[in-house]
Design a binder for this molecule. Structure first.
Ligand code: 6PG
Length: 491
């Protein structure tokens, strides 16, 4: 059975009238389809169980033109060629199953779009497999959650030029718009879109962990209530820190449960994850990019989940914080704010390094400035300072690190003293600040004249003859540690 149009359920002819198709009508898929229809595109919709399709047509059919199909065959036939079919199902096996079912129904030049949070290596694999059938596979990162999908997400498209040309009128229309610019772009070929979405999520992990540490510091060191801290975040949202996540933090912290208890006090303190942060860290290790903020944020979630070990440690070491007397409350609040901003600069700098490295490794030619531009709206990490990142890459496309660019260097210098005070206080009081601390260490490591890595090299050479290089002449060397300790040229 096929049903068409604005809430109607009549059987329609097999004309290929739809501009685009979308299969997988759980919340994200359903909202994306509605967003497309609201922008004047005729959307073919399909779901494994027809009930969801019927519900969409019933509840939202009047928002635009939908063509609902019960079978995948009818669904595919209802899309005009070259067909663009968006798949919005669970990452992994579910996606493979839908893609496999679609392939025999499609024709040369048709496009399959995976709009889920797929691993970019899966996207690479699927793209190669579909290319053998003369089909285009697009890995499309979509950020913004349920509301974003409906009202304007940020969209990172990875795939061929042909595919983007076909998709652009839809994706650029449904994306969030900032200063008249759509938060959607062709990021690069094959896995580029999903890679950039993965890094986006990694930065999201770091951002949230940093916010959580700032909250913990204010609460533990100053004894402020969640609602009072919520007010502070609310004020911070008027300055450089202005962002979606800071805005949400103010809301979450000022929210009480039905019994009037602060919401954050009744939520189990074990953060979960679906995997994109972990993927970012795993890929970063492979690419050799030190995304320390993202890694600490991912491990912090993991630590929080180790309930038994936490209980054992509390018993042996006590959980009491040893809070020093704070003379100047306002100064500490300001220190935490500037430290949070400095850490945020580090986290984004590391994320952008990873995008550059991934792009170089896979030959994607990703423009980091474009990523910053389309992250200004719609996505979870949207923030005022992304405009600064966009400007930075516009002025200097080959920027070595965002941290040394004038505006960000100033933010780091201005925040440095407060940053050090906050991290020292946290250590003295016993407040865990893995992301604040590691970001400061990263900053210090980058600016250090000499790192103790020289000693590491010496040890490697001592126990394993792994050789080393010297600062005063070229070549590789080895010291004969077990005999006369003379130095020889290494082969
Ligand atoms: C987005 C979000 C979205 C989702 C994450 C949450 O950009 O819209 O990042 O993709 O909320 O998958 O990830 P965790 O469950 O791993 O925190």
């Amino acid at each position: 059975m096929r049903a068409a149009g604005r809430g109607t359920f009549e059987t329609v002819s097999t004309d290929a009238t739809a501009d685009i198709g979308l299969t997988g009508l759980a919340t994200m898929g359903r909202n994306l389809a509605r967003n497309m229809a609201r922008h004047g595109h005729t959307v073919a919709v399909h779901n494994r169980s027809y009930a969801k399709t019927a519900a969409l047509l019933e509840e939202h059919g009047d928002e635009g033109d939908f063509v609902g199909s019960e079978s995948l065959e009818d669904f595919v036939a209802s899309i005009r060629r070259p067909r663009a079919v968006v798949v919005m199902v669970k990452a992994g096996e579910a996606t493979d199953a839908v893609v496999d079912a679609l392939v025999p129904l499609l024709e040369e030049g048709d496009i399959v779009v995976d709009a889920g949070n797929a691993h970019y290596e899966d996207t690479l694999r699927r793209q190669q497999a579909l290319a053998e059938h003369d089909l285009h596979f697009v890995g499309m990162g979509v950020s913004g959650g349920e509301v974003g999908a409906l009202e304007g997400p940020s969209i990172m498209v990875g795939g061929s030029e042909h595919a983007y040309e076909r998709l652009a009128p839809v994706v650029e229309a449904i994306a969030a718009q900032v200063d008249g610019t759509p938060c959607a772009a062709h990021i690069g070929p094959d896995g580029a879109g999903h890679f950039v979405k993965m890094v986006h999520n990694g930065i999201e992990y770091a951002d949230m962990q940093l916010i959580a540490e700032a909250y913990d510091l204010l609460r533990t060191l100053l004894g402020l209530s969640p609602a009072e801290i919520g007010e502070i975040f609310h004020e911070w949202n008027d300055g450089d820190l202005e962002s979606f996540l800071i805005e949400l933090t103010a809301e979450v912290l000022t929210h009480d449960d039905a019994d009037g208890r602060p919401f954050v006090d009744v939520v189990l303190d074990q953060a979960e994850q679906k995997g994109t942060g972990r993927w970012t860290v795993q890929s970063a290790l492979d690419l050799g990019v030190p995304v320390t903020g993202i890694a600490e944020a991912t491990f912090a979630r993991s630590v929080s989940g180790h309930a038994e070990q936490r209980a054992a440690a509390r018993e042996v070491f006590s959980s009491a914080a040893d809070v020093p007397t704070i003379e100047d409350r306002d100064q500490l609040v300001e220190d935490v704010r500037t430290a949070l901003y400095a850490c945020k600069v580090v986290a984004y700098a590391q994320g952008f390094d990873m995008i550059t490295e991934g792009s170089n490794t896979y030959g994607w030619d990703v423009d980091p400035g474009v990523c910053a531009t389309i992250w200004r709206g719609g996505c979870i990490i949207r923030a005022r300072f992304l405009d600064r990142i966009r400007e930075a890459y516009e002025q200097e496309p080959d920027l070595t690190t965002l941290m040394t660019q004038e505006y960000f260097a100033r933010a780091l210098k201005d925040g440095e003293a407060g940053w050090r005070r906050v991290v020292s206080l946290a250590a003295a009081a016993g407040v865990p600040v893995p992301a604040f601390g590691s970001s400061l260490s990263y900053f210090d490591a980058l600016r250090r004249e000499r790192l103790p890595a020289a000693l590491v090299q010496g040890l490697r050479d001592h126990f394993g003859a792994h050789t080393y290089q010297r600062v005063d002449r070229p070549g590789s060397f080895h010291t004969l540690w077990a005999s006369d300790r003379s130095e020889v040229d290494a082969p």
